[in-house]
Design a protein around this ligand. Structure first.
Ligand code: CA
Length: 233
């Protein structure tokens, strides 16, 4: 990152001082501007005043749980990337976190290197500035820049989250060709392997909900068995 570029700001929401200290040091070393709080209520207030470009959110906080914090932030900011910290082996926590609007999660105890790789992947993609990118998928008009999807089937406009847009963009760039889960993880999440191989699948479910006329019989975001997915606009 060049010096004249504004530093990206990260908010850490976590009440374990050792984790906060370790993460703050590592992220500041990456030239990121780090703010932290142990309180969910504070986190919501900070984000209301536009206080960070990315949030690392622990699930267990003294005043609120991470799902509530996530939902409250999502009520006024649909786009800021939120990475949730979850306990080991709690697959249901992860799914619930993604449902609450988190973009990604890492499992405690986590490797700081892996978390940084994911944050860097987010910021690499956020830095790309592009004109409005309008694509039509079935009965849905998507603006990849504004993160909106308007469906003429339901006559509804919805917002797409950060990873939903990135996943859709990748599939669209490669339309009519199958793209493997491994390639999606490497290109979008910035990692070779994910603790859960259902990450990509979870985001596909969310995209289908917003783009397909009938999500149970998808006609545009197709599963390629044993490999990955393919977009047919
Ligand atoms: Ca905690």
């Amino acid at each position: 990152m060049s010096d004249n570029e504004t530093k990206k700001r990260i908010l850490i929401v976590e009440d374990e001082p050792d984790i906060v200290r370790g993460l703050t040091d590592a992220l500041e070393f990456e030239n990121l501007d780090v703010t932290s709080t142990s309180q969910g209520g504070d986190a919501v207030r900070i984000m209301k005043s536009g206080g960070a470009d990315c949030v690392i959110l622990d699930l267990m906080l003294p005043d609120m749980n991470g799902y509530q914090v996530c939902e409250e932030i999502r009520a006024f900011d649909a786009l800021v990337p939120i990475i949730m910290l979850t306990a080991r082996g709690q697959e249901s926590d992860k799914i619930r976190g993604l449902d609450a609007g988190a973009d990604d999660y890492v499992t405690k105890p986590f490797s700081v290197g892996e978390l940084i790789a994911r944050i860097n992947a987010i910021f690499r993609r956020l830095r790309r500035s592009e004109p409005d990118e309008l694509v039509r998928i079935g009965s849905a008009d998507v603006n990849l820049k504004k993160h909106t999807v308007y469906s003429s089937h339901t006559n509804k406009e919805e917002l797409l989250s950060f990873y939903e847009v990135e996943l859709l963009r990748l599939l669209y760039e490669r339309k009519a060709e199958p793209v493997s889960r491994d390639e999606i993880l490497t290109k979008i999440w910035g990692i070779d392997a994910h603790p859960s191989n259902r990450t990509v699948d979870n985001f596909i479910v969310k995209l289908r909900k917003k783009l397909e006329d009938d999500q149970k019989e998808p006609k545009h975001i197709l599963t390629v068995y044993g490999l990955g997915y393919k977009l047919v606009p």
